[in-house]
Design a protein around this ligand. Sequence first.
Ligand SMILES: NC(=O)c1ccc[n+]([C@@H]2O[C@H](COP(=O)([O-])OP(=O)(O)OC[C@H]3O[C@@H](n4cnc5c(N)ncnc54)[C@H](OP(=O)(O)O)[C@@H]3O)[C@@H](O)[C@H]2O)c1
Length: 355
Amino acid sequence: MKTIDKTKPVLVTGATGYVAGWIVKKLLDQGITVHAAVRQPDNEKKIAHLKKMAKEAKTAIKFFKADLLTKGAYTEAMQGCELVYHTASPFVIDVKDPQKDLIEPAEKGTQNVLESANKVTTVKRVVVTSSCAAIYTDCTDCAKAPNGVLTEEIWNTTASLDYRPYSYSKTLAEKKAWEIAESQNRWDLVTINPCLVMGPPPNPHATTSESFNILRQLGDGTMKLGVPKLGMGVVDVRDVAEAHLRAGYIPEAKGRYITAGHNTDFLEMGLVLQPKFGKQFPIPNNPIPKWLLMIVGPFANKLFTHDVIRNNVNVAWKADNSKIKKELGMSFLPLQKTMEDGFQVLVDEGILKAK
Ligand SMILES: NC(=O)c1ccc[n+]([C@@H]2O[C@H](COP(=O)([O-])OP(=O)(O)OC[C@H]3O[C@@H](n4cnc5c(N)ncnc54)[C@H](OP(=O)(O)O)[C@@H]3O)[C@@H](O)[C@H]2O)c1
């Protein structure tokens, strides 16, 4: 149990990110000074929105240059912090070299950040942004889980370097985090494990997150012929940020927290957008049959392998979010609001154009 002093600065790694942007905003709005660790502190396109947030909140933000793979890179940014949010990790699905592009920054990067926490004696708590990907790979894993539902007790045992390496990277990174946390007793570790995050991107013209690509593709015609009814969980980015705040500042916060608002699927994510945007944008409203996907899927998208289709299409995704509701008092925004608010930003910013 740790009590964090709100007058002390807080480190956010990967502050330029989609999820991190909302964490930074919530911290600044509460008057908490943010140490923002980013790869390119001189790149205005990447950080202007964070500076604007700080100005609006009248709270200080200080930028530090840090790369996950540079040893000790986060030590300076951590000075004086009692609380560290480690969000930085690549969230990309289509990579050339999974070891170099995903596993190393995720696992070695986590090790790097936590080794700095071991050195900087002010640190009392580290909140790592893990993922439901560290719990499951495919929807068929839900069916195999006790009572057919994912819980914090479960670890991903099915992802590998060759099969869904992003999920593998998050599993290795979270395991590394627990290993390092358990080897000392000054700071405690809490992990936030979100499912697919949707909702408004804080910096839509420079977002690298795969969440952004998925949202854009729901409206740019890529999926106009239909989408696979692919089971997944969805959570609002603003709720994910709130979960991080509570995980940081509630003294009793402990262990892993599945952060999932809705057990849903890809088709429903499009359908909830239909009432507001369906007339103007080519949003998918019908499922592509599984048999058809088995034939055309691997040609249309190399990530749609037969195994991925077999294990996820028309298979329900179910996770138990009761721990975070009970222990951190979280509630979740409706799916329709999350999808509409995110889509609206892409429309307002001219990223999606009406037909
Ligand atoms: N979005 C989701 O659906 C989702 C779901 C569950 C968990 N998560 C987790 O949430 C976290 C943030 O993801 P996101 O969706 O917000 O993605 P994002 O917008 O792409 O953010 C990723 C962040 O990691 C930083 N980063 C990547 N490689 C780095 C390196 N070598 N050194 C330093 N920084 C590096 C990026 O910095 P640059 O801006 O310099 O590239 C960026 O700030 C990740 O840990 C992800 O696994 C996301």
